[in-house]
Design a protein around this ligand. Structure first.
Ligand code: G6P
Length: 558
């Protein structure tokens, strides 16, 4: 009971922590920790101890325990990939990275997860790095872990299923057990530096069973989960073999967050199929005596900062070069990780159709498709890459001129700053995924526009962002003619209409920004944890009266 109360108040305190307080905290207690922690012998000395109950508790080496500040509640973020800012660490900053960075910005905390490196040497402790006031704790994966957990169950099974692509899942029992094994490893490492008042926030489909593992190691901390990708409907979820071990494990979290109400409803339907599960008040569910709450928390961006970034980036040499290279051409932009869920094939076909039925637009518009590669070990990703390049070659061959290339295709990584300048230069953004949790490109494009002369967003109805960005031209990416028609509408849209569509979307994003997302989520996690404490306090308070009442009843019966 006391533990719950402490946790509840630590969450409140966590929400209130200011940047100034955070900086004042002994420089994060990290000055000596920048780099790999200690040698092998030091690592073994620091191995977390077990108490007489056989469980690991939160009192291992103080330097590790004090990560992210030696006192007060910390926010421990856990995700598969941790984006440590390092030269050469070039990953497109997707929604998860943007969100996690923003969540940690004004809070005391640690970001724990995979370094992105493969290494066979088993080390007892994570490597600790501090950059720009964020403490990163990272571990490497072995080749086997990488294959079975990351390429295997996470990206060959969960990713396609949750994106409604049951046809692409390639399930194997080996990958399933590899996935559970890596989740156990994460829990072991995390367990070693978790403190009683930490708030743990786990992100994405790679780590669904993590809360169960942490609970098994005796951690009573508030633990929340957020799914950055979509949640498919019940019938699709149930195509995952042994789904109860993975999706069912989400019930060990106190709060399960989704991008949209639709995702939330889909998971609620799943929860009710778990034997003995009961729906409580609101979006609370009781499963085997555990309480879990679900909710929609649409992820967002740092709208004001991003708008500023774009204003400045518009003056950068890259933006200038792009403008100069266009020489009177209108710019249509697509920015996506190379992934079959992004609808790149359908988009190119729609652009092809647009040029076919609107010959007057040939030589007057170019589609710039920026597509960094990802997960290239998986055959579906190599297949989509081949298909995209073949298709682009065909369109360029059919309509191109010696002086005009219809589609420019770029796999190179661009920083967020560089991208913001490109967004601002684009007349139209084609954001047409077949299924997407949120899609922050859509939000960033809106934020990056010049309010006086904004571009037009064409947005798939199947992106989470469509529920919020209602000023966009909403399309079904499967309908080639409709996307081609929307493109024409966007390119010919009068300035007044562009402003009328853009204004309310920016206003919405200024209010519903990433900081609010983190605050809302953490506040909900705090409430979820306080509820059981109130119940148990009430029970404890009523117990003596109930006992008296019982003995009076017994006396009457006698
Ligand atoms: C999506 C997922 C993230 C993932 C990112 C990049 O945004 O929600 O969890 O990190 O894609 O994918 P990768 O496999 O390269 O980490």
């Amino acid at each position: 009971m006391l533990a719950y109360n402490l946790i509840g108040s630590s969450l409140v305190a966590l929400g209130a922590l200011s940047l100034a307080t955070m900086r004042a905290r002994a420089n994060w207690g990290l000055s000596a920790l920048d780099g790999t922690i200690g040698a092998q012998e030091a690592a073994s000395e620091r191995a977390p101890s077990r108490d007489s109950d056989g469980r690991r508790h939160q009192h291992s080496d103080p330097s590790v325990v004090e990560l992210g500040g030696s006192m007060g509640p910390r926010l421990i973020i856990v995700s598969n990939r941790v984006a440590v800012p390092e030269p050469g660490n070039k990953q497109m900053a997707g929604g998860l990275v943007v969100a996690v960075k923003a969540a940690l910005r004004n809070r005391t905390g640690v970001w724990f997860g995979w370094s992105g490196k493969i290494d066979e040497t088993e080390t007892a402790e994570p490597r600790i790095v501090e950059r720009n006031h964020i403490a990163y704790a990272v571990i490497d994966l072995s080749k086997n872990d990488f294959e079975e957990y990351y390429n295997g169950l996470a990206n060959r099974v969960l990713w396609p299923i949750l994106h409604y692509r049951v046809d692409l899942q390639e399930y194997s029992r080996v990958d399933h057990s590899g996935y559970l094994r890596v989740n156990r490893q994460f829990a072991d490492k995390l367990s070693a530096f978790l403190r009683e008042d930490d708030v743990v926030w786990v992100h994405d489909y790679h780590l669904m069973p993590l809360a169960r593992e942490l609970r098994a190691r005796g951690h009573l901390n508030p633990i929340g989960f957020f799914l950055h990708i979509p949640c498919a409907p019940l019938d699709i979820l149930r195509t995952l073999p042994h789904h109860d071990e993975i999706l069912g494990a989400l019930t060990y979290y106190d709060l399960i967050g989704f991008q949209t109400e639709n995702d939330c409803d889909n998971f609620a339907a799943y929860l009710l199929t778990i034997p003995g599960a009961k729906k409580g008040r609101g979006l609370t569910f009781e499963v085997e005596g555990r309480q879990t709450r679900i909710g929609a928390f649409p992820v967002s961006i740092e709208t004001a900062t991003y708008a500023r970034l774009a204003r400045n980036a518009a003056r950068s040499s890259l933006a200038r070069q792009i403008r100069e290279s266009l020489t009177g051409l209108r710019l249509v932009l697509g920015v996506d990780r190379l992934d079959y869920s992004k609808g790149i094939i359908q988009r190119i076909k729609a652009f092809d159709r647009f040029l076919e039925v609107n010959p007057e637009w040939r030589s007057r518009v170019t589609l710039l498709q920026i597509t960094p590669r990802s997960r290239s070990d998986i055959k579906d990703y190599t297949a989509i890459e081949n298909e995209v390049t073949t298709l682009i070659g065909r369109v360029n061959g059919r309509y191109g001129e010696a002086f005009w290339t219809p589609i420019r295709y770029v796999n190179r990584f661009h920083s967020r700053t560089a991208l913001s300048g490109i967004y601002r230069a684009a007349d139209v953004a084609l954001v047409t995924p077949l299924r997407d949790g949120m899609n922050i490109v859509a939000k960033e494009y809106v934020a990056a526009q010049d309010a006086e002369n904004p571009g037009v967003l064409i947005l798939s109805q199947f992106a989470g962002a469509a529920a919020e960005l209602t000023g966009a031209l909403i399309v079904n990416p499967h309908e080639c003619d409709a996307v081609a028609a929307a493109l024409k509408q966007a390119l010919t849209m009068p300035l007044l209409e562009r402003r009328e569509r853009h204004g309310p979307m920016v206003e919405h994003l200024l209010v519903h920004n990433i900081e609010r997302w983190a605050e809302d989520y953490l506040a909900a996690l705090g409430e979820t944890r306080q509820r059981p404490s109130l119940m148990s306090e009430l029970r404890a308070f009523l117990q003596p009266f109930e006992a008296v009442d019982r003995s009076a009843r017994n006396a009457r019966r006698a």
